[in-house]
Design a protein around this ligand. Structure first.
Ligand code: LR7
Ligand code: MN
Length: 589
């Protein structure tokens, strides 16, 4: 009887093991090769490896083989200290090909060790900083991803494990926003289980792609640390980047913190910085895009007044944040309205959070002793849900809630969004704003970002600069950037369009959002009108007078003139002539 029972038990056990084995346990040679590359199945959602996988001898798991194959491909020391690496031969060709597809050299990434070093780019003063080691708040690092290259994601994980204070790092939560790259499925789970410290790293799977905003929310919901630290899935930290963030939050729980964000090159993985002496903080443009600005002189003065450390390593107030890398007290994250859950896809959440934090009593600060590198890609390697402009739609939602009457300037820049059907309802966010008794956008501009140019404030006139004797308007040809470029004269639009939005200010400059009109001298007039970064030329050269409908450039004494226009792209000034009809201009408002 005993022998019979034993045999029966063996049989039951055996058939159970058989049942649980994944279908490709013994894959045919091509399938096996594909599994090695990590592309073995159509959809990994069905095959998240089952519990018994780890019980089998390790080498039998196709994941184990694949992981060992990956590790063999890595070269010790390659790219260490963040130096650039240039592949050659066939590898270079593979790298170039994948780069074209996903804006990132995945081939090279696979050759770099997960824990390569990036160097210590911090201000030397940082090394001597003391933190409350042992009593720092604990951190949950939330990393969201949608089809990120597997090796890049793992490098982000290992970098976090080795550069973020071990005691303070409570957990890393990887949120898979519905990726369909098979390598990010069972193989990632297996990797996490077998190659990362027990209990430290969790993979949270969203059933569908919900977009990065809801992915971050999902991660935050299961996080248990005192502080949430969000990272994009392609980051590498400098040594000790967590402590200064945690220390500052310990002292000031409504401070929302960003590290200095360095650049990791997407093709050669070089880690580069602008040096430790200066860094930029966040600004915005009226079209709803984030941009970088130099730390304003006004803020340096505040730091000197209010901060007890050497100014260079003091927290620096930042009007906005880029959005991907930041630390925030977990409870405060929820108190102050987390995110607008109706924001889809990508974009807009960063300005929404920035304005909300400032208007509702918090601060956004760059912490100079915390530096993290981020891979900037030339294009999005993914499509947006239903091909919609989620950035625009989300930004319109933000503007409706937070920008008050300044929303008109936003819509001037984005008329396409004014009546967009997909914007949806924002009532619950307006209620949140009321409940938190948040301040106005005007307060924000005056107090937090006074450097921001407002096209219809402190101006003598604004709108279209229109010729009286021809249908021509001054036009920046949408070259709203910070390098000098020619101003043009184009047929006036029926409605005010962004490229024809100019302001003639109380300080006598003729400008658009970022650039000021000046005159480029050449051998003889007419001279070209060019747009240059405001005030970086001498102020005098950027001044104009508006007299008797003439726009007179102060330094040259010449007048804006459309006579003999050679090209619509070349606005010109010529010697003033009070009788010349081609020198008369009106300002719309
Ligand atoms: O549908 C998606 N689901 C996701 O989970 C789309 C993206 N993602 C993930 C993605 O895998 C990545 O980890 O979300 C993260 C951010 O996406 P990226 O890296 O394609 O965005 P980005 O770096 O170009 O964009 C910046 O602006 C975004 C606006 O929504 C987010 O706030 C990003 O986090 C933000 N990145 C940074 O702030 C890093 C610093 C760069 C700057 C400036
Ligand atoms: Mn990113």
């Amino acid at each position: 009887l005993i022998i019979f029972i034993l045999v029966a038990l063996c049989f039951i056990l055996y058939s159970k093991v058989q049942q649980n084995s994944p279908a490709d346990e013994n894959p045919s040679p091509p399938a096996r090769a594909a599994a090695l590359r990590g592309h073995g199945r159509d959809s990994y959602h069905e095959d998240h490896d089952s519990e018994n996988e780890i019980a089998r001898p390790a080498t039998q798991s196709p994941y184990e083989l694949s992981i060992q194959f990956d590790l063999q491909k890595q070269q010790v020391g390659l790219g260490d200290k963040g130096v650039a690496v240039h592949l050659t031969g066939a590898a270079k060709e593979r790298g170039d090909a994948i780069y074209k597809k996903i804006a990132l050299n995945e081939e090279l990434s696979e050759q770099l060790m997960y824990n390569r070093t990036v160097g210590d780019h911090r201000n030397p003063l940082c090394a001597a900083q003391k933190y409350d080691d042992g009593s720092l708040p604990s951190a949950s690092v939330v990393i969201i991803f949608f089809n990120e290259p597997y090796s890049v994601l793992l490098r982000t994980v290992h970098s976090t494990l080795s550069t973020c204070n071990e005691k303070a790092l409570k957990e890393i939560i990887l949120v898979d926003d519905g990726s369909d790259n098979p390598e990010l499925g069972g193989k990632l789970d297996y990797y996490v289980r077998t190659r990362t410290p027990p209990g430290k790293v969790t993979v949270l799977r969203l059933k569908n792609r919900l977009g990065l905003i809801r992915a971050r929310l999902a991660g935050a919901r299961i996080a248990t640390g005192d502080v949430l630290i969000f990272l994009d899935a392609h980051c590498e930290g400098n040594i000790g980047w967590c402590e200064p963030l945690l220390q500052r939050i310990k002292e000031s729980r409504t401070s929302v913190l960003v590290p200095i964000i360095d650049v990791i090159d997407a093709s050669d993985f070089q880690y580069s910085t602008n040096g430790y002496k200066s860094f930029q903080v966040g600004g915005f443009q009226w079209n709803g895009h984030f941009d970088w600005i130099n730390l304003p002189e006004r803020e340096k003065q505040r730091q000197r007044r209010e901060c007890r450390q050497e100014r260079e390593i003091c927290p620096a107030y930042s009007p906005t944040m880029a959005g991907g890398l930041f630390a925030m007290d977990r409870r405060y994250f929820w108190e102050v309205g987390s995110y607008d859950e109706q924001m889809d896809g990508w974009g807009g959440e960063n300005l929404e959070m920035s304005f909300r934090i400032w208007q509702c009593g918090g601060t956004i600060e760059t912490i100079p002793c915390s530096r993290v590198g981020h891979i900037f890609r030339d294009f999005h390697p993914y499509k947006f849900p239903n091909d919609r402009d989620t950035h625009g739609i989300n930004t319109a939602r933000m503007a409706l809630v937070w920008m008050d009457e300044y929303i008109n300037i936003f819509f001037l820049n984005r008329p396409d969004l004014k009546f967009h059907a997909d914007i949806g309802d924002v009532t619950h966010r307006v209620m949140l704003r009321k409940k938190l008794r948040c301040k106005s956008f005007e307060w924000y501009l005056k107090n937090i970002y006074p450097e921001k140019f407002v096209p219809n404030q402190e101006v003598q006139g604004w709108g279209k600069v229109r010729a009286l004797s021809a249908n021509l308007c001054l036009d920046d040809l949408l070259q709203n950037n910070e390098k000098p470029y020619n101003a043009g004269l184009y047929p006036c639009g029926k409605v005010l369009q962004k490229s024809q939005l100019f302001s003639f200010t109380n300080s006598q400059v003729l400008r658009n959002e970022l650039s000021c009109a000046t005159v480029q001298h050449s051998e003889s007039p007419p001279y070209r009108v060019v747009m240059v970064p405001c005030m970086e030329n001498d102020e005098f050269n950027e001044q104009w007078k508006y007299e008797a409908q003439h726009l007179i450039h102060s330094n040259t004494g010449m007048c804006l003139d459309h006579r003999g226009l050679k090209s619509l792209d070349d606005a010109q000034v010529a010697p003033c002539d009070s009788h010349s009809e081609s020198q008369r201009w009106s300002l719309e408002h």
